[in-house]
Each structure stands twice: as structure tokens, then as C-alpha cells.
Design a protein. Structure first.
Length: 506
């Protein structure tokens, strides 16, 4: 690597001496490679089009054969071949030793270099659309060679750590992030067209609330106060509803100081949506319409393939309560236990399930059974409804079912993709629940909610009946791009420093 870099540095010096960069200021391409491929798709083999074009991109491969050379140039949209002919390049120069001649481009331009060229279109005898180059300019000299195009980046960790290399050699990665960008803009457009208003809320907060999660802590020097990176946008968006906005949302980054897995990254993206005068049934309909519409726009269909499984996102989706699903998969009817924790625990153990001590209520044991047995089996879109009140401190009590709340989570391919409530708008009930959460936090539960007195004050001013919904953008992108890991859809995921890896040997 060192020898190759030294060689390229010498070429950079030579280019500088010729007045050819090695780092250009600008270039004005008239076309992209994909537009040229489409525009001249009917150009016959062996013929030229007498129209001068210019294009810029990175050289990804090169073949020099005496007085001819063929380079492949890649831009953001695709690739096109460059046809380099000694007679043509040198004929167009007043001096055969000029900076633009054939000898210089073939000896000083390497794979990885950015160049700009101008010339005319030519279809080779073998049918390859090419630019017959008249002029070329060095735009940026690459001092490091690209990974081997046949083997790519075999080291998966390196794909995430050096994403720029991954994007250069792996067209699928570039397609994934292009899809992600289109998906995000499609969600925003869909919501905007339905008269939802996106309003930004603070990333730095004095109280981190809206989810069961451990926050990242920082410090403001001037105010001499601790601050938290937000773990949700929920409580501030609800304040906006109190203030009179009937339909609001925010799509942005969330930060949670938690573990890393194929479905978790400490920094991720969500969209939270709130609609006044609605409940969790309305949120189910909104979720179905939004996600199926975006899927059809991005993928051309509501039926997609994910990891060799066919997923159908066409509404309506299955709706079932957590009690129904647990009974369906385990045979245990948790409604029979009332508040008898020991009976519920014994039933779980009898069925071979784990019943951890931290699950100290029937509702928590129900959720444990669901997570262990049911969740992985929910492949097709399924709304899981009516959660225990113990694990849902911000959701409204169920209108008919004691001990439950009006909450659903959407599961697809065994992963939670969305979470929604009929929002709790009773300030007295909300404060009582947050005080219980605060006590857990003080007892050492770092993921428990803290008491946000200003939020309680906002509820006391008066919040209308509201439906709230949160959707995990990264997981939805994973689904639509057939990506097995969340790190495949986050351009720059958080990774352990390489120095730590070397020290631990992991």
C-alpha cells in the first residue's frame, strides 16, 4: 500500500507540473451517464453521434492496449465507457507533449481518480456505448487504490466503517441509501398532503421523556446544567397539540444509550405523528395507508420480498390483542389469572418459558410471554393491541378492559415497526403514573421515565383527545431494501473504535 501511494504521489506531482491539477476547481458536465445511456440507446454498433458531450466521474477500471485505451467512468447514476484513441487525443493538441495527450491520460490516471472528459458518443463494434474522448481534466487524484472490483469489501465491518468505499464498489449500498432518501421524502410528502405540519422539537432537553430508554447525558457550560439528548419527540409534540395544532409530526434523529444489534443503533430515525380528536383505531388506519402507500411508491407494489419471505403490505392488516396472540401461541389464557402473579409465573414455567423476577405483575409476565414466543412469529403485518398498563405509562386506559391501555404495536417480519396510543390526556392520572416511574428510576431503573412537571402543567391547561403514532424509519427501510441489519441502512452507524478492537482482539 505504501509503495502504491508513493507512486500515485509522484503522478500527482507530474500532473501538477503539466498544469493538470491534481485537484481541480470545477467542471461543468452536460450529462450524466444514465441520461446518455438512455438518450443514445438506439445508436447502432460502430457508429458515432456528432454531438459533443461532457461528463465527470470516478475511473473504476482501465485497459490500455497500445494506441487505444478503454476506461470505465462511474458517476452517481451509473457507468459509461471512455474510448481513448492516441490519434484523436494527440491530433486535437497543438503540441504532442501537451497535458491532454494520450500518453498522459494512460500513464498518470489510475483507477479511483476523478476526471472530467468531453467528446462525442460512439457505439463500439461490440455494442458498448462509449465517449470518444477529445479533452480530459484531472479533478481529484486518488492516492489509495480502490478495493478489488471482483471481491469488493469482504470485511463487513469495513463496509460500515469506511462507507465511502462500500458505496464505490457496491452498487446495492448506493441503491439502498437512494431508496432511504426517497422513502423519507415520500413519508413527509404524504403527511404534508394530509395537512400534517412538521414542527421541530428540541434535541437537547432538560428532562428526557416519551419512552422507556436510558438517555445520553451532556452538560451546558454557560447555564451549568445537565442536558439529555432526546429519547423521543413525544412530549414536546403533545405540547404543540395543547397549544392548538391539530395535526403535527416530526421526522428526525432519536438517541438512546442502549445496546447495538441487527435492529438497534443508539442513534436512529423515527417519525412521530399526532392527530387531535383521534384514537388508536384512527392511528391503525393512518399507519396502514401511510406505509402501504409509501411501499407502493418506492417498490411499485405492496407485495415485497424480505429475506426470501413474501410480505404483503396491502391493507387491511391483521388486528389481534396481546392476550389473544399469547393464548394462540402458548395456550396460556392470562385473563384467568387476575392479579395472581404466582399463578401466571407457574403457568409460564410449565410451558417452558422464562419468567424473570423483574416481571412482578401479571401484565409484565404477559408481555414477557409475548416477546419470547409470539413476536418472532409475526411475519405478516400485524397490529398487536391492548397492552398492560404497567408497561404503557403514557397511554390512555382502555375504555372497556380493566388493567389495559389503548395501545398497539405494529410487527412485521418479527420486528416492532410502529407504536401508537390513544394518548393519556388526564393530568391527574398521568402524574400518578409518572410518579411511579420516577420512583423506579430513583430505585435504579435507568430506563424508567422521569417526572416532567412542565408536561403535566401542559396537560392541565387542556389537551384534546389525541391519537399518537411513532414509526421506526430504519426498520421500515430495512424491510423495503431487503436489508438484514440496521447498520446496512444507516450510512454511518456507531461502531467500536478500531483501537479498542485491536486491544480486545474482538
Amino acid at each position: 500500500m505504501s509503495d502504491l501511494r508513493d507512486t500515485r504521489l509522484e503522478k500527482a506531482k507530474a500532473l501538477k507540473g503539466l498544469g493538470q491539477g491534481p485537484y481541480g476547481l470545477n467542471f461543468r458536465p452536460t450529462y450524466s451517464s444514465s441520461v446518455l445511456q438512455k438518450k443514445y440507446s438506439d445508436l447502432p454498433n460502430g457508429e458515432e453521434k456528432n454531438e459533443e458531450v461532457s461528463i465527470a466521474g470516478r475511473i473504476t477500471s482501465r485497459r490500455v492496449m497500445g494506441k487505444l485505451a478503454f476506461f470505465t467512468l462511474a458517476d452517481e447514476t451509473g457507468t459509461i465507457q471512455l474510448f481513448l484513441e492516441k490519434a484523436t487525443l494527440n491530433q486535437n493538441e497543438n503540441n504532442e507533449n501537451s497535458k491532454n495527450n494520450f500518453e498522459n491520460i494512460t500513464s498518470l490516471v489510475d483507477s479511483g481518480d476523478w476526471i472530467g472528459v468531453s467528446g462525442i458518443l460512439r457505439r463500439t463494434d461490440r455494442g458498448e456505448l462509449s465517449i470518444k474522448v477529445f479533452q480530459w481534466s484531472m479533478l481529484s487524484k486518488s492516492l489509495q487504490p480502490l478495493p478489488d472490483k471482483w471481491h469488493g469489501l469482504a470485511d463487513v465491518e469495513k463496509r460500515y466503517r469506511q462507507r465511502y468505499l462500500d458505496l464505490i464498489v457496491n452498487p446495492q449500498s448506493k441503491k439502498t441509501f437512494r431508496t432511504r432518501a426517497l422513502l423519507v421524502s415520500s413519508i413527509r410528502r404524504w403527511l404534508d398532503e394530509k395537512d400534517f405540519l412538521e414542527i421541530e422539537t428540541p434535541v437537547l432537553q432538560s428532562e428526557a421523556g416519551g419512552a422507556d430508554a436510558r438517555p445520553f447525558i451532556t452538560h451546558h457550560n454557560t447555564l451549568d446544567m445537565p442536558l439529555y439528548l432526546r429519547i423521543a419527540t413525544e412530549l414536546h409534540l403533545k405540547r404543540l397539540v395543547v397549544g392548538g395544532f391539530q395535526r403535527v409530526y416530526e421526522l428526525g434523529r432519536i438517541f438512546r444509550n442502549e445496546g447495538i444489534s441487527t435492529r438497534h443503533n443508539p442513534e436512529f430515525t423515527s417519525v412521530e405523528i399526532y392527530e387531535a380528536f383521534s384514537d388508536y383505531f384512527d392511528m391503525m388506519e393512518l399507519t396502514e395507508k401511510l406505509l402501504s402507500s409509501v411501499c407502493e411508491k418506492i417498490c411499485g407494489s405492496t407485495t415485497i420480498n424480505y429475506q426470501e419471505q413474501e410480505i404483503n403490505l396491502k391493507p387491511p392488516w391483521r388486528r389481534a390483542t396481546m392476550h389473544q396472540l399469547v393464548q394462540e401461541f402458548t395456550g396460556i389464557d392470562f385473563k384467568l389469572f387476575g392479579d395472581k402473579v404466582n399463578d401466571a409465573r407457574a403457568a409460564m414455567i410449565q410451558e417452558g418459558l422464562q419468567a424473570p423476577d423483574k416481571a412482578d405483575s401479571v401484565g409484565k409476565l404477559l408481555n414477557e410471554a409475548f416477546e419470547q414466543v409470539v413476536e418472532p412469529e409475526l411475519v405478516q403485518p400485524t397490529f398487536v393491541m391492548d397492552y398492560p398498563i404497567e408497561i404503557s405509562p403514557l397511554a390512555r386506559k382502555h375504555r372497556t378492559k380493566k388493567g389495559l391501555v389503548e395501545r398497539f404495536e405494529l410487527f412485521i417480519v418479527g420486528r416492532e415497526t410502529a407504536n401508537a396510543f390513544s394518548e393519556l390526556i388526564d393530568p391527574i392520572d398521568q402524574k400518578e403514573r409518572l410518579l411511579l416511574q420516577q420512583a423506579k428510576k430513583e430505585a435504579g431503573d435507568l430506563e424508567a421515565h422521569s417526572l416532567d412537571e412542565d408536561f403535566i402543567n401542559a396537560l392541565e391547561v387542556g389537551m384534546p383527545p389525541t391519537g399518537g403514532l411513532g414509526i421506526g424509519i430504519d426498520r421500515f427501510v430495512m424491510l423495503l431494501t431487503d436489508s438484514p441489519s440496521i447498520r446496512d441502512v444507516i450510512a454511518f452507524p456507531l461502531l467500536r473504535p478500531e483501537s479498542n478492537l485491536k486491544q480486545t482482539g474482538k
